[in-house]
Each structure stands twice: as C-alpha cells, then as structure tokens.
Design a protein around this ligand. Structure first.
Ligand code: ROI
Length: 161
C-alpha cells in the first residue's frame, strides 16, 4: 500500500462539478482507499485565453501499480468527456499523479514527481492541506521548501460546502 497524491483540474463544463464527479470515481477505484481531498481552488490559466481553472488534490492509499493507476485515471478523464484536441488545451478533467509513495518514476508515459508541481501554487497549496509539512519528495526536495519558493498568488480558495 502506498500513499499517492493526485492533482485534479478542470476549466470546462462546470469545473467544480467535474471535480466532485472525479472524486467519486477515485473513491471507487479497485484496491484503493480515498483518504483525503483538499479544498477547491480557482485560478487563472497559466496560458492566456482559457477559462479559469478549479483545482484540488486528493490523497489515495492504493495497491495499484503506477501504470495501472495511470490507465484508471485516463479512463476517468475519458468518461468525463475529455477530448485530447491540443496539448495544454482547455479540458473537462485533468488527473495528474503528483507523488507515488517514495517512488521516482521516469517512463515515457509517467514521470513522478510531476515535473512542474514545484511551479504551481494550485498544486502545492492543496497538497499542503493533506500532506505533513515535513513531507520529503522522492527526489529529496522538501514540500516546505517548494511552498516557500512558490507564493500563494492568484489562488482563490473555495470553502467546501
Ligand atoms: N492553469 C491552472 N490554473 N490550473 C491548471 O490545472 C492548469 N493546467 C494546465 C495549464 C493550461 C498549463 N494551466 C493551468 O494544463
């Protein structure tokens, strides 16, 4: 059993509802327990001209292998109407494996830790709600150091209802 953190994002077709549906789907994954979900956060897209995003992070405990989990996450994205028209395009649902236990993964389909998480306040701040502040990433970086280098700018925290 390994602790896994998943980043969720949506900027199309009722983003908050997309995240809620995705969380229900995560809770139903085989060999997996959903152990926590952060608040939702809204922010502008990193790319201009796209609708604002809603983002959150979920914590799972799972016995799934990394690529089996990736397949399951892509199936959830597809079930929720994701169309892969352009890289970085707007999307109904994006599910990213951020951290997978203490594994370092460098495969064509999957790199863990997620290669841009340290640059993304909409990943780091929800992650910090779920993970201990002393969390050390599998590549040796400390979550607290990443947070200190990534100001809480442009994020609007949506209180859970
Ligand atoms: N911007 C925000 N705020 N949230 C995202 O999840 C997100 N995802 C992306 C790009 C287009 C880079 N911008 C984003 O893929």
């Amino acid at each position: 059993m390994e602790r896994i953190y998943i980043g969720l994002g949506s900027n199309l077709a009722a983003p908050d509802q997309q995240l809620r549906s995705a969380i229900e789907a995560l809770a139903l994954l085989p060999c997996t327990t959903l152990v926590g979900v952060s608040a939702f956060y809204q922010s502008d897209s990193l790319l201009p001209g796209q609708p604002r995003y809603t983002n959150a992070v979920a914590a799972l405990d799972s016995d799934l292998a990394p690529l089996a989990l990736l397949d399951a996450l892509q199936a959830i994205e597809n079930d929720q109407g994701r169309e892969r028209l352009e890289r970085w395009g707007p999307r109904t649902l994006d599910l990213d494996i951020l951290l997978f236990g203490d594994r370092l993964i460098d495969e064509p389909r999957l790199k863990v830790p997620h290669y841009q998480m340290h640059l993304r306040p909409f990943v780091l701040y929800p992650l910090a709600e779920l993970a201990p502040s002393t969390l050390q990433l599998s590549d040796g970086r400390q979550l607290s150091d990443l947070l200190a280098a990534c100001p809480f700018v442009g994020l609007e925290r949506i209180l859970p209802d």
